[in-house]
Design a protein around this ligand. Structure first.
Ligand SMILES: [Fe+2]
Ligand SMILES: [Fe+2]
Length: 146
């Protein structure tokens, strides 16, 4: 069973945001499978590291894409929304760096399978949902290519 059930992710009013959220859920499910393979001794640290870097790049671009459009429309709650993003990027970096140093998979797996999916669920259902309403009113889409 995938760790992230895409049908449970809150749908927001901007399609490009929904697409990015589904891509991130797909990547978390792929990471789960890769961690299972690693736990079974069937994949290397390097393969997992490469996927982790790809995931971090996606999450960074996802957050930046939203932040750029919030600034473009002078969205007043921007600092609150951005501070949630910044805290999560810092935590993801911390967990991935700790894994690369210690090669202990358990704390990373707990983060990627439980903590981060829970945070994403609530972030999307609150911050992103409200933000998307304002983007939709202003005809804004979110892009990963900035
Ligand atoms: Fe988002
Ligand atoms: Fe967000």
């Amino acid at each position: 069973m995938p760790v992230v059930d895409k049908s449970s992710i809150c749908v927001v009013e901007v399609d490009s945001m929904n697409r990015i959220h589904y891509e991130e859920a797909d990547m978390l499910n792929e990471l789960d499978e890769l961690m299972q393979a690693h736990e079974a001794g069937n994949t290397s640290d390097d393969a997992l590291d490469a996927k982790l870097d790809e995931f971090l790049q996606h999450m960074t671009a996802h957050f930046r894409g939203e932040e750029v459009q919030m600034q473009a429309i002078n969205f007043p709650p921007y600092p609150i929304h951005k501070s949630e993003h910044d805290a999560q990027i810092a935590l993801a970096n911390e967990k991935i760096d700790a894994w690369k140093q210690s090669r202990e998979l358990e704390p990373l797996a707990a983060y990627l399978r439980i903590e981060l999916p829970q945070w994403l669920d609530q972030h999307i259902a609150t911050m992103d949902k409200v933000t998307a309403r304002f983007f939709a009113m202003n005809g804004k889409e979110v892009s990963l290519d900035l």
